[in-house]
Write a protein of this length. Sequence first.
Length: 511
Amino acid sequence: EWVHLPAASGPIGCSESPCSVSVPLSILSEGLAERSEPYETNLTVRLKTEEVYEATIDITASIVAEPAECVIDPRGVIDAVYDGAEDLPIALRQRIYDFATFTLSTRDAAGLPLHRNLASRFRLSATVDGEVMRVPEDGTVTLAFAGGGNYTVTLEANRMGYFVVEIEYTQPDGTAELVPAAARILVRAPPHSVPAGWWRASPNTTDLIECSIVPELGSEEWTPCQGGADAGVGGAGYCEVGYAGPRCEVCVNGTHYFDKAVGKCKLCEPLENSALKLLGVASAIFALLFALFHMLRSTYKPRHWALRRPVLVGRRILIRWSQYSMRAKAKNIFTLFQILAVVPSTYEVSLPKELTEWAAVLRWPEFLGLNLFIPGGCYGSYLNRLLVSAFWPIALIGLIILGCVVYVGGRRVRAREPLDREGWRAVLTTALLRALPPCLIVTFVCVPMASMRILRTFTCLHFTVDDITGEGATYLADDLSISCDSPEYKEVEAWAIGLLFLWPLGVPALY
């Protein structure tokens, strides 16, 4: 199921050709039975230098399953055979109990062969009054009840999985009754050590998940997954101190957030500091664009040649832009870049390298918005993060409309025109017409960012908890601290369904 080659303590050097290197190899398979003859399998080794080597190796399987046990109540078995045994006369019931004998056997619940010829690896034993009765090679053991207590049945199997204990009850008159599934025994593998840089949800699974590994100064690497044999609660035992959750990407301290770029938890800045940064950057960008737009559209000629030439070049670009109808072409190219930048992270798919390399120039939709100033883990809850991502463009549109109303109204006041009912209607109409182009630009630019956050809400990752029972856990891919089975996620999902009609469906329909 998984193979781990531990890293060498130093560089492997060879003075001979061909080079021969011995590395310990560990393979765990939940369905492999013990065999004296070796298996032949293929092995592929990929080095960090991207060189690939293939070889054929022989593996001799040995059993590592731990003994498992269950408790069987013989009285319950007898009562199940004799429907209504509790209504029998006491003397008759006691006679049944005294002369009852049981033949215990076991079979694989999945119907797989048990290889009983390997008796040393397949044993069924029952403990009665402290005496251990072991199974012979035929796989059965006969026990006399004689009014004794419960049976503790122990199974040493040659594979992992569910086993069913069958009981054949022999009545005092010699007739036999078979109880086909008196008990189930689950045989597991003993805990295996998880290598550093890997994580799993519990010790009962072989599904190893690779963690973030970030190079640090020198030749050292950092990973939040320390590995080990102790799984802890929910796999937290495989994480460094202060880390938990799937892939160890959940910060235990609620005032920290996980930065995937460095693979570490970082302290969230105070909200007021982030708000001031956002306000300052937004104001500077708006002032710069406003000044540049009016300068290029006006007849102003800077006196200094260093400023005059860029202005003239910008005006020529605007003229050519209109002559070649570049607006529609630019929108198509811009949309293509947005799709290539957003689709992989939203739908957990990989695009061809030829597309992603030249499209990386517009990967800004992944962090556009308040996430640039307030990291995703610092919103207090994922619902707050979703609502902020969906509604801050709406708030910006409202500010643009309000600014246009103030601007048009101020011009009307300076012209000494009345602001009666008709005057305000004219102000609102003119302001909305002025605000329409920048508002459309805002929606066009923000559609991928807002849609990405909304659609990511529906992407959950499944992590296997138990290979044998099939039990698993699902977590929100965008925030691994949220279980997709929790009430918190259900609330977030309900909001996301509603927001689908605002951004992914509503804004394109508006166009």
